[in-house]
Design a binder for this molecule. Structure first.
Ligand code: SAM
Length: 179
């Protein structure tokens, strides 16, 4: 089973920060991959640096796509489940997030208005509450419910730095480079 994110409708410059945060949440909260349309190089640079410093370049992948519909269609063709997060969907509070054994899940989130077709292509339209808020919040809450909190204690391979949790201050362990 793996979970990936499809980011729709990135508006150049205006959405740079939000899309960066969507990618950071995807990596930190257990997704294997994010598909996004043409974005500013700074977003890719930020993600590359985060993965180089904190790990994840082996576990987390970014794919720049031209055609969101073909990503959804090929996901479905490979028997994956497509979930669209939207305030108009079924409230997550009233749903079981059991999508079946070993199913790969694609979580679709928007930036601005999402094309109508997405609602019918998705296997399920899920609302994280039926109020408008943010794709970053919706994605984080969906993933946390899906993984039942276990994503919060996962670690990444090849991290140069890792945090030693403490209730006061900042303690970071730096891995010694191999000769
Ligand atoms: N007005 C837009 C629309 O019609 O979809 C909402 C844009 S909202 C800022 C950006 C994205 O956040 C949405 O496409 C959706 O993926 C996500 N989102 C916002 N509120 C949500 C909610 N209550 N539940 C699930 N996803 C939500």
């Amino acid at each position: 089973m793996s979970i990936a994110v499809l980011r729709l409708g990135h508006r150049l410059v205006r959405d740079d920060r939000t899309t960066t945060h969507v990618a950071l949440v995807s990596r930190a909260f257990g997704c294997k991959k994010i598909f996004m349309s043409d974005v500013d190089d700074s977003i890719l640079e930020t993600m590359k640096k985060v993965c180089a410093d904190w790990g994840g370049s082996k576990e987390f992948d970014i794919e720049i796509i031209q055609n969101w519909k073909s990503v959804i269609n090929s996901w479905k063709k490979n028997k994956g489940i497509v979930v669209h997060l939207t305030m108009y969907g079924v409230n997550i509070e009233n749903l079981s997030l059991d999508f079946g054994y070993n199913k790969n899940i694609l979580v679709v989130i928007g930036a601005s208005k999402v094309p109508k077709e997405v609602y019918s292509l998705a296997d399920m339209n899920i609302a994280v509450g039926n109020q408008p808020h943010s794709e970053i919040a919706a994605l984080a809450i969906f993933l946390d419910r899906f993984f039942q909190g276990k994503e919060l204690i996962s670690t990444f391979q090849n991290a140069k730095m890792s945090i030693i949790p403490s209730s006061h201050g900042k303690t970071v362990k730096i891995r010694k480079p191999k000769n």
